[in-house]
Structure formats: C-alpha cells, structure tokens
Write a protein that binds this ligand. Structure first.
Ligand code: MG
Length: 163
C-alpha cells in the first residue's frame, strides 16, 4: 500500500513528467519552424521518452493500489532564440527534474517505502544520463553556434537518434 503522502508526491511527478513532454514537443516544433529538422526529431523522441516516464509512475501508482490523478498541465514556452538556447533550457529543466526525483527519494527513505525507492533508483540513474546528454550537446553548440556548416552537421547527427 502506498502512503498518502507518497501517492500525492508521485502524482505530482506524473504531472511534471507530462509537462516535460509538453516542453520537448514545443521545442521540437520550434526547431522544425527554424529549419532544424534533425533537432526537431531529437526533441520529438525526447518528448516520447517523457511520456514513458509519466507512464512508468502511473503504472507504479496503480500496482501499489493507489489512485492516479491527472492534473492540468501548465503552459510551456513556445519559442527559443536558437538551438543553443533550447539546450540551455533543457539542461536547466533536467536539473530541476533531478532535484524533484531526489526529493521523492528522500520521502521514500523517510517513509521506509522500499518499493518506491526501487522505482526511484531507476529515475536517479536516468537523470544522470539526461543531464549528461544535455550538457554534452550544449557544450558542442557553444563551440559551433556561429558556424552554420557545423550547425548543419550537428543537426543532421541529432536527426539520427533512434526512436
Ligand atoms: Mg523525465
């Protein structure tokens, strides 16, 4: 059985993961508008991953005999000045998500909720990867932002991400 406090916190995380999906979908369409098809495709896959994160939390709440509560999703930003701007925002956002996951882990430890700790361990590892990827791409974009040929190749490379 899920503690009521844990159930509420996990439902809040479902909303946060769905918001992340909205954010990356918005980035995907903005990159597409700006002619960066590779990055548009990368962000679309990223959005899909966020929907999967939300699903993972929802399935867990369900299997723990909890109640999934779907709350309204806040509006997301619709435009970024450049790909570098979008990846800056991505890194900033993933750092916030990491802090949220760590907060959930703190609560699960406090409540001696071992099942939630086990689920959250997966998300702790996932966040290490998410931040690392965002940092890597941001650092590349900082180097090439004024070189349109390099930017073209970067966009093409990101377009190769598999679904
Ligand atoms: Mg996520």
């Amino acid at each position: 059985m899920l503690n009521a406090k844990m159930e509420a916190a996990l439902n809040k995380q479902v909303n946060a993961e769905l918001w992340s999906a909205y954010l990356y979908l918005s980035m995907s369409y903005d990159m597409d508008d700006k002619g960066f098809c590779g990055m548009a495709s990368w962000f679309a896959i990223q959005a899909k991953e966020e929907f999967e994160h939300a699903a993972k939390f929802m399935e867990f709440i369900g299997s723990m005999d909890g109640k999934v509560k779907l709350m309204p999703i806040d509006e997301v930003r619709q435009e970024w000045n450049s790909p570098k701007d979008a990846f800056e925002d991505t890194l900033l956002h993933e750092k916030k998500v990491t802090a949220m996951i760590h907060g959930l882990m703190d609560l699960a430890i406090e409540l001696k909720d071992y099942a939630s700790q086990s689920l959250l361990k997966w998300f702790v590892d996932e966040q290490v990867e998410e931040e690392d990827t965002a940092r890597k791409y941001l650092s590349a974009l900082e180097k090439i932002e004024k070189d349109s040929a390099a930017l073209y190749l970067f966009d093409k490379a990101l377009g190769k991400r598999e679904d």
